[in-house]
Design a protein around this ligand. Structure first.
Ligand code: PMP
Length: 400
C-alpha cells in the first residue's frame, strides 16, 4: 500500500499535485432513471487525485462484499482484491509475472483474442484444448497434460503453470460452464498444479435464471485468480475491473501496478462506488437482469435471422450468454480472405475470422464471429444476408 492511503502522515515526500489547481468544481452524472451522482468537495478531490495502488479503499470494501455475495470463496480473508484497468490489465500482469519465454500455457480452443495477444510475445507452446457445449473438455485437458508431462520429462521442458479460462459466455464461443464441469477442470488443475486464470467479464451476461457458480467459489487450494470487470455492465470506457486472488500473489501484482500504472483511474473508481451504493445489492442484481434481457433478446433476434439466411451454409450453437454468434462455415475450409477481402471490400460486411481466436492464426480456419451487441436490428439482418451471399459465392468457388 502506498503511504498516500494513511491520513496521519504529513506529506513532504510525494509529488501529489494540489487539488486547488484542478479546474473542476463539481462532477455530475445523471442516470437514465433521472437520479444524479454528484461529486463535490473532498470526494471530488480524491476522485481527481492519485490514490492507493490497490484501489480506492471504500470501493475495495464494496468489492470484497461483492465477492462474498456472489462467490463466497473459501477463506476470503486470505485473498486480496485489487482494482485494475479492466480485466485486460489484470490478466496481462498475471501473464507477465508468471510466464517465461517459451513456456507452455493451457488455453481453450477457441480463445479470446486479447489473451492470445498477451501471450504471443512469449512465443509460448500453446496447449490448446477443445471445447464442447459446456466449455473446455476435462478429459482432453488431462490427456494433453499427461502427454506433455511425459514429453517434458524426457526433454527437460517445463510443464505449464497457467490454465486460462473464460467460463461465462465465452468470447467467442458463447458457452457457459456449469459447476460440475468447473469441478472436473479444477481437479485436473490441482493434479497438475496449474494456476487457473478465471477471466469472467461476462459473468452477468449468461441467459439462465441463476448466476453461475465460479471457480473462485470452489477454490479450496488458492489456485484461482479471478478477473471481474465493469466493462460489460457499467461502461467499458471507465476502464475498471478487479482481480481477486491469494494474498501473496496479489502483493506481487500490486508491485507491478506501482511500477506500471500506479493505479486505475480514481474518478472511475469513485463513480463506480457511488453507483454501487446508489443501486444497493438488490438494485444491482435487478440492473444486471435488465442487461441480460437486452442481450438475450438480441441473441434471439440474431439466431432467428441466422436461421433465415444461413441455414445449410453454416453451423452454430445457440450462445448461452454474451454478445457473439460463433459459426462454422460449410464448404469453405479457410474463411480469411472471404471475410477480410471480399466481405469488407466487396459485400460491405465486417465480421471476425476465427483465426483471431486460434493460437496459430496461419492455419486454415472455417469459423466466423458475428456480434449482436451493437448493430441495429436492421443491420444484423442485412449483415447476415450479405454474409449468406458471400458464402454462396465462396462455396461455388470451392466447388469449381
Ligand atoms: N476478457 C474477455 C473474454 C473479453 O472479451 C474482454 C473484452 N473484450 C476482456 C477480457 C477485457 O475486458 P476489460 O474491458 O474489462 O479489460
Amino acid at each position: 500500500m502506498l503511504a498516500t492511503a494513511n491520513s496521519d502522515i504529513i506529506f513532504l515526500a510525494e509529488g501529489l499535485p494540489h487539488g486547488d489547481t484542478h479546474p473542476f468544481n463539481e462532477a455530475r452524472f445523471t442516470l437514465k432513471d433521472g437520479s444524479n451522482i454528484t461529486l463535490t468537495g473532498k470526494t471530488l478531490t480524491s476522485a481527481l487525485q492519485y490514490g492507493p495502488t490497490e484501489g480506492y479503499p471504500e470501493l475495495l470494501q464494496r468489492l470484497r462484499e461483492f465477492q462474498e455475495r456472489f462467490h463466497n470463496p473459501p477463506g476470503l480473508d486470505d485473498r486480496d482484491v485489487i482494482a485494475t484497468v479492466g480485466a485486460q490489465d489484470g490478466l496481462c500482469k498475471m501473464i507477465e509475472l508468471c510466464l517465461d519465454f517459451g513456456d507452455a500455457v493451457v488455453v481453450p480452443a477457441p480463445t479470446y483474442s486479447g489473451v492470445l495477444a498477451m501471450l504471443r510475445p512469449y512465443r509460448p507452446q500453446f496447449l490448446s484444448i477443445e471445447e464442447d457445449k459446456y466449455g473446455m473438455c476435462p478429459h482432453k485437458l488431462r490427456n494433453e497434460l499427461n502427454r506433455f508431462w511425459s514429453m517434458s520429462h524426457n526433454g527437460g521442458i517445463k510443464p505449464p503453470k497457467l490454465l486460462y479460462l473464460n467460463p461465462t459466455a465465452s468470447n467467442p464461443s458463447g458457452t457457459v460452464m456449469h459447476i460440475e464441469r468447473k469441478k472436473e477442470l479444477y481437479e485436473v488443475a490441482s493434479d497438475f498444479n496449474l494456476l487457473i486464470l478465471e477471466d469472467d467479464p461476462y459473468y452477468f451476461l449468461h441467459f439462465s435464471d441463476k448466476e453461475p457458480q465460479s471457480f473462485l467459489s470452489i477454490d479450496t487450494e488458492g489456485r484461482v485468480i479471478r478477473f471481474d470487470s465493469f466493462s460489460k455492465v457499467f461502461s467499458s470506457g471507465l476502464r475498471l475491473g478487479f482481480m481477486t486472488g491469494p494474498r501473496a500473489i496479489m502483493q506481487v501484482v500490486e508491485y507491478h501496478m506501482q511500477a506500471s500504472v500506479l493505479h486505475t483511474s480514481s474518478l472511475s473508481q469513485v463513480l463506480a462506488l457511488k453507483l454501487l451504493d446508489q443501486l444497493g445489492w438488490d438494485g444491482f442484481t435487478k440492473y444486471m437482469q435488465n442487461i441480460r434481457k437486452f442481450y438475450f433478446d438480441r441473441r434471439n433476434y440474431m439466431s432467428e435471422v441466422a436461421r433465415k439466411h444461413l441455414k445449410g451454409k453454416a453451423d452454430w450453437r445457440m450462445p448461452d450468454g454474451g454478445m457473439f454468434l460463433w459459426m462454422k462455415v460449410k464448404g469453405v475450409p479457410d474463411v480469411y480472405d472471404m471475410v477480410m477481402k471480399r466481405g469488407v471490400h466487396g459485400k460491405g460486411v465486417m465480421l471476425v475470422p476465427g483465426h483471431a481466436f486460434m493460437p496459430d492464426p496461419s492455419l486454415p480456419c472455417p469459423f466466423i464471429r458475428a456480434s449482436y451487441s451493437l448493430a441495429s436490428l436492421e443491420d444484423i439482418d442485412q449483415g447476415l444476408s450479405r454474409l449468406s451471399e458471400l458464402i454462396t459465392e465462396e462455396q461455388k468457388h470451392h466447388l469449381t
